[in-house]
Design a protein around this ligand. Structure first.
Ligand code: DLL
Length: 444
């Protein structure tokens, strides 16, 4: 972890550039949230058979919501519920009123389909505008948008918001990295948007071409769609000489822009609570946990028309923290990981971000790594394949690997094998990186 002192922080957003939601007082926010919550519960109950049945089964109706804490009495929703109602069964408006559809890539089973009315697209665009300003961007700037375009919400979501809010957008999408470098050189963008691991790939490409990545015009990187650590932030900021901030979101709740970090504090994303109500639940019992405790992040949409979502279980682990740069909105700690990415090695829980934090403390190691899971006997084993930095002599790798094994044992509590591989040997990310390679099923 970098300390506050070593962080570079940007200038705060002047009040006159804030939108109405950002100017709400805490009391005004809570009263708006309650009205919007009551409307959303009614809208979902009246128009989506799935919610009507789920509420009825629990013997609860929208009229029973008198305060924000009453939300805890309502049932939660999971990805499986969207799959069971594939493709359009969760929509609360006739399909003709749905202006756009996105879907999450279904690695297992059917994809999750989400929809937006024209008003939903407008709200989303405004929240992207708010997120870019919070990141340090200002209307009039040029944005290089390297999130993937298509059914994924990253590319088009960020694009439409930036365009509506006064930015010039270059819709490059992900991949063809040499071309990305050329266009950054030629167009001189102020902002880049992509996953943190794809930004590493872009940095590599600059270095291949003999260009110092710190010499570009870029001032702001808005990175998200996958977990990343302060060590990674430091790597991106120092290599590119810019501010790197965290944008969070998920398709089922909207897409990018559910929460965004403020550049003046860089202390975890502020949740745009005028549109999304967050809760933290114990991932095993489903019971609500108080602010400050780590658990599963759950969201209820407050303004969505096409796909109102009630108590959606994200499977992302985080804590809710008090607001800082926008005091009325709570922050979320940066995501530790997804419950699905949890690896259990001899009873010890491990997330890739914990390993990432340790690797960044070793100057000879690059940020390119993955975790390999095997099961040679009855027990799962973890090995970490990590690239050396180009300036790290191979004669020192054995020693470096041994030191890293000790550091992982001390800081994460797990015994892992560390294999240092030469620079440029591991596969590079073009979007969301899959950190875990599961070879357990290969073993018979
Ligand atoms: O990844 C939306 C997005 C696009 C967010 C671009 C930010 C930037 P999905 O494909 O539905 O949507 O994946 C959502 O990605 O539940 C988290 O597990 C993970 N995720 C998203 N943002 C972050 C972040 C988009 N900032 C899933 N930090 C979420 C950690 C993130 N994980």
């Amino acid at each position: 972890m970098t300390t506050t002192d070593s962080r570079r922080l940007g200038a705060p957003l002047p009040t006159e550039l804030m939108d109405a939601g950002e100017r709400l007082s805490g009391d005004e926010l809570r009263s708006l949230q309650l009205t919007r919550l009551q409307n959303t519960l009614r809208h979902a109950y009246n128009n989506v058979p799935f919610y009507r049945e789920a509420f009825d089964r629990r013997g609860i109706s929208p009229q029973d919501c008198h305060s924000l804490s009453d939300l805890a009495k309502f049932p939660t929703t999971d990805k499986q519920d969207l799959r069971d109602n594939y493709p359009f069964g969760m929509f609360a408006v006739p399909r003709e009123q749905v202006a756009r559809i996105h879907a999450s890539s279904g690695t297992t089973g059917k994809p999750t389909v989400v929809g937006y009315t024209k008003n939903d697209l407008d709200t989303w665009a405004d929240l992207i505008g708010r997120s870019i300003r919070a990141s340090g961007g200002r209307p009039g700037q040029l944005m290089h948008n390297a999130y993937g375009y298509g059914l994924f919400t990253g590319g088009l979501g960020v694009h439409a918001g930036a365009e509506k809010c006064g930015y010039t957008v270059v819709p490059i999408s992900g991949g063809m990295t040499a071309r990305q470098v050329q266009l950054i050189q030629d167009f001189q963008p102020d902002i880049i948007t992509c996953t943190p691991t794809y930004l590493l790939t872009i940095i590599d490409e600059f270095e291949h071409q003999g260009i110092n990545p710190a010499s570009t015009s870029l001032k702001t990187a808005i990175c998200g769609a996958e977990p990343w650590t302060d060590g990674m932030r430091h790597e991106l900021e120092s290599k590119l000489d810019l501010d790197a901030v965290d944008i969070y979101g998920l398709s089922e709740v909207m897409g990018p822009g559910v929460a965004n970090e403020c550049v003046e504090t860089k202390d975890g994303p502020h949740i745009w609570e005028d549109h999304f109500y967050p809760e933290i639940l114990d991932p095993f019992t489903g019971e609500p946990l108080p602010d400050g405790e780590e658990g599963e992040l759950v969201f209820t949409s407050l303004t969505k028309e096409a796909l109102p979502i009630i108590r959606y279980r994200t499977h992302d682990l985080a804590r809710l923290l008090p607001g800082t740069a926008r005091p009325q909105f709570r922050r979320m700690s940066r995501i530790t990981g997804r419950t699905d990415d949890l690896v259990i090695i001899r009873g010890v829980n491990v997330f890739p971000t914990q390993i990432e934090e340790v690797l960044f403390t070793k100057p000879g190691l690059s940020p390119h790594f993955h975790l390999v899971l095997t099961r040679p006997g009855r027990m799962d084993e973890l090995s970490i394949e990590v690239e050396a930095r180009p300036d790290s002599a191979s004669s020192g790798w054995e020693q470096l690997a041994a030191e890293t094994v000790v550091a992982i044992k001390e800081r994460v509590g797990v015994t892992a094998t560390v294999r240092i591989v030469p620079p440029e040997t591991l596969e590079r990310s073009v979007g969301k990186l899959k950190r875990i390679i599961d070879r357990r099923k290969d073993v018979r």
